[in-house]
Design a protein around this ligand. Sequence first.
Ligand code: TXA
Ligand code: MG
Length: 355
Amino acid sequence: MTEVLKVDPLYPELDKIKKAASVIKAGGTVVFPTETVYGLGANALDAEAVKKIFIAKNRPMDNPLIVHISNIDQLYEVAKDIPEKIINIVKIVWPGPLTFVLKKTDKVPKETTGGLDTIAVRMPAHPVALALINESDVPIAAPSANLATKPSPTKAEHVIDDLFGKVDVVLDSGETFFGVESTVINVTVDPPVLLRPGPFSVEELERIFGKIIIPEQAKGTGEFSVALAPGMKYKHYAPTKKFLVVENRGILRDVIKELREKGYRVVFLCAHEVCKQFQEEKIEIIELGSENNLYEISRNLFDSFRKLDKSNADIGIIHSVSERGIGLAIMNRTRKASGFSSIYSIEDVWKYVGN
Ligand code: TXA
Ligand code: MG
């Protein structure tokens, strides 16, 4: 049985938080909102509780979880040998959408970290998440609350579609804010390595750390044999439709025209400004928001992927956006969702689609 509780995102009702916290303490699972996406949480220090997360999501056991904390004491509970510089940085950037990979303490069971001796930690900037961790009085391990093959959930209805009956409680606080998962950075090495771009931008990271390593994979411009983060070797979102990323805007019209001429039903995922240019084409459109505000696009991105899956089109087309700020995370998730089907010329289309 799954209990769904509506919780005010800014002023969480204490009785509901206490109810959910009692489930965490008893070794159960609670889905809760964060400022990025919804998380599927359990007591990070309880191996049996953590196993339930992997089972509910159908997640490979070697893909480690992010541990969520609500105060700095909990950081010392789960991580050790933390450089002084990093302590100073987390005190500035937390709570927020930045996850640090650090060395783990013995208190954290290996189930939580997928067998690794490092741990990913963050303090989420969401009143409901912070209240839940506080009341539970334990660090909460939580991957995104989707089935392993689906996009991360940005609305409670996504969670319910994927996990109803598989988790104990869902705290429904409406839409999440950023809509893409947190930035992950490995600070056990110097210079630090960006493992996953997110709302905390590369530009901000460089201001804080000076030099950081940004592997090509962080952009999502290619598959790779050795995974930087264990999660990277798994395809996060397997669309039921073909999904192409047109990186070269100049050929958008031709790509869509040729596909339609070949009899494909195309749905176009586009920024408001671009959609407008295709009004006359009588093409099915899923609007992503304004290009002048990439936060709007990041917030709608995963919902648009789910809409694409539910539409009766054969092929989804999306165009690229700027890689500045949160744009890098948008392009990373988009390229991955497409199975790295980036289109630069018309010929590229026929590499991915039957001619
Ligand atoms: O915004 C977020 O980060 C959301 C919310 C719920 O906080 N959580 C999230 O978790 O996206 P998840 O499990 O879907 O993604 C965690 C990523 C995975 O790619 C995983 O492989 C990587 O972080 N990761 C976790 N622990 C790691 C470690 N010790 N070393 C390297 N990568 C790690
Ligand atoms: Mg995930």
